[in-house]
Design a protein. Structure first.
Length: 198
């Protein structure tokens, strides 16, 4: 085929076709950019809305916690934790009371009996002992027997109080309260530590 068009006309047609393709590309790019702008704007609106919703939820939760008195609950929880710590300390030492009562009963002087025995809350490693006696002058002998090194029970025993009924109606009208401190031998013998306890 012979092209009879003048070169300028043929060149104008070629540029026209290139311009048409370029125009289609520009329109496509503009549509794509417009779509991206719409997507970004929609995402921004969505995130802003969600942020507002989350802030409302946080404010509502804070109001509920204040209404439920969270500070008091936390204070109560700390007190309970403290009580549990004290209980664990007490339970970390197991006292063999049955053996201890028998050992103390064996060294009580005549005309006296062992009344009660309890852990001392005043002295660590000590016990409070209540003894009953027929006569008030038995008190020194009770102390001497408790602290006798041969018995290896207590290193020290202090008399807390002595009271005698002036009109005795019981066999043992005198009550003696003592606080005694375990010897090292007695601690080994009567105090046992569970595994891991110190």
């Amino acid at each position: 085929m012979i092209n009879l068009l003048p070169p300028s006309r043929a060149e104008a047609i070629r540029y026209g076709r290139q311009n048409s393709v370029l125009r289609h590309w520009l329109i496509g790019a503009a549509i794509s950019i417009g779509g991206l702008i719409v997507i970004v704007f929609s995402g921004w609106v969505y995130l802003n809305q969600e942020s507002g919703n989350f802030q409302k939820d946080i404010n509502t939760t804070n109001q509920q916690l204040q209404a439920e008195n969270l500070a008091q609950v936390q204070k109560d929880a700390k007190e309970i934790t403290g009580d549990i710590t004290v209980i664990n300390k007490v339970l970390s030492q197991e006292i063999k009371f049955s053996e201890l009562i028998q050992a103390i009963g064996n060294i009580m002087p005549p005309d006296t009996v062992l009344g009660t025995l309890s852990l001392s809350n005043k002295v660590s490693g000590g016990v409070d002992i209540t003894a009953n006696a027929k006569y008030g002058n038995s008190v020194p002998q009770i102390v001497a027997n408790l602290t006798d090194p041969q018995n290896q029970l207590f290193t020290k025993a202090d008399v807390v109080s002595v009271s005698c009924d002036s009109n005795p109606t019981q066999t043992y009208p005198c009550t003696v309260i003592l606080r005694a401190l375990f010897s090292k031998t007695a601690q080994t013998r009567f105090l046992s530590f569970p595994d891991g306890g110190k």
